[in-house]
Design a protein around this ligand. Structure first.
Ligand code: FES
Length: 307
């Protein structure tokens, strides 16, 4: 007998280990969707293994193929292909028609979420609103376009992904193709320093053409986030969500009050403190977050990093 807990549905004592999860659930009367008839082609039978992944048999070659194409994490399994050798807790992922439509329109390997430890960078132009209010729409869009080109360069150069633009703000994530979060942090800090250098360049142009200059604030944090494609099928976007994203955004906001251009969290410092040149440190309260957070100003890379 094998105990299979279909979370929030039924706990089943299955007869033997030869049955697939799909056979077990259907025999117990669970309306388990299986659009391709159990042939590892549709993935509508998918389940997440919530507990005891060690009791789940390895993927069949057919499942391996589909899992690779869909970008499934190890704990997302096809019920029609999966057998278990001990107690497990699973949860069906396709429950209703809407779930069916959503997964049938998935074309991307990033459509299912993944946990990753990434570095997140937020930047914002400090004094952009007065500039936008006092200039022609053409100039505003032209300058923003020029600004985003300049800022995007260092992000891409250091392996970052430009997650989104929010008005004049930029959110970028680092570490998507890195194993070590410390490398992700160093990439993010290097990109931030590159953005500040690129801003100097842009400011020469702004001074000459518009008699103004911009100041920017950059905040960087590292932590576990969920990444994946999200949104309406007509406008899906790959993005990262989670508390570390909110914290990075708050750190960027804190640059104003701190009077610094580039601030990093304590977690970033723990990982790469030896590899960066730091300035002032302060305990600050971040808006909407409990407790105080130590923020550190970054002045540059440690000499051996910048060679
Ligand atoms: S029923 Fe189609 S993949 Fe399992």
């Amino acid at each position: 007998m094998v105990r299979v807990d279909f979370q929030r549905e039924k706990v089943i004592e299955a007869a033997g280990e030869d049955q697939t999860l799909l056979e077990i659930s259907r025999a117990a009367g669970i309306p388990h969707v299986a659009a391709c008839g159990g042939n590892a082609r549709c993935s509508t039978c998918r389940v997440v293994v919530v507990d005891h992944l060690e009791n789940v048999e390895p993927r069949t070659p057919a499942e391996q193929q589909l899992a690779k194409r869909k970008g499934f994490d190890d704990n997302i399994r096809l019920a029609c292909q999966t057998k278990v050798c001990g107690p497990v807790t699973v949860r069906r992922l396709v429950i209703d028609e809407e779930d069916m439509r959503m997964i049938q329109s998935d074309r991307s390997p990033n459509a299912t979420g993944k946990d990753r430890r990434l570095a997140i960078l937020f930047s914002d132009i400090r004094n952009f609103t007065p500039f936008a209010e006092s200039h022609l729409p053409y100039d505003v869009i032209h300058i923003l376009g020029r600004y985003f080109r300049k800022m995007g360069g260092p992000v891409l150069e250091h392996g970052g992904y430009i997650d989104k633009y929010m008005g004049d703000g930029i959110m970028a994530i680092f570490g998507l193709s890195r194993e070590d979060p410390a490398d992700a942090c160093l990439d993010a800090v290097s990109a931030g320093l590159g953005m500040l250098a690129a801003l100097d360049d842009l400011n020469h142009y702004l001074k000459r053409q518009f008699d103004t200059t911009f100041r920017i604030g950059i905040g960087i944090h590292v932590g576990p986030v969920i990444i994946g494609e999200m949104g309406h099928p007509e406008k899906m976007q790959f993005t990262a969500i989670g508390d570390p994203v909110n914290i990075a955004s708050r750190i960027e906001s804190a640059t104003k009050e701190f009077g610094a251009s580039l601030l990093v969290s304590e977690d970033v410092c723990k990982l790469i403190g030896e590899r960066i040149e730091v300035g002032r440190r302060k305990q600050v309260n971040l808006k909407g977050k409990t407790g105080s957070h130590q923020l550190t100003e970054v002045l540059g890379l440690a000499p051996e990093q910048s060679t």
